[in-house]
Design a protein around this ligand. Structure first.
Ligand SMILES: [Zn+2]
Length: 66
């Protein structure tokens, strides 16, 4: 097996998920250091530097129902 290293395809696919803060230009992966919290049925991404809400996205439909 060759030495493991990220493929270009993998890097490209991850790049699509990068978010940018419009206020302070903080940038991070969607799974990076954003302050993520849930509001109702949404997931909210806030900037860790300035607190600006970057984006909200609908929470994934729970697979487990009580
Ligand atoms: Zn910011």
């Amino acid at each position: 097996m060759p030495v493991h290293r990220p493929s270009r395809t993998e890097a490209e696919s991850r790049r699509k998920a990068v978010l940018f803060c419009p206020d302070c230009d903080h940038e991070s992966d969607i799974e990076g250091d954003w302050n993520v919290h849930d509001e109702d049925d949404r997931r909210v991404y806030d900037c860790p530097d300035c607190g600006t809400t970057i984006t909200t996205r609908p929470r994934a439909t729970p697979l487990l129902t009580p």
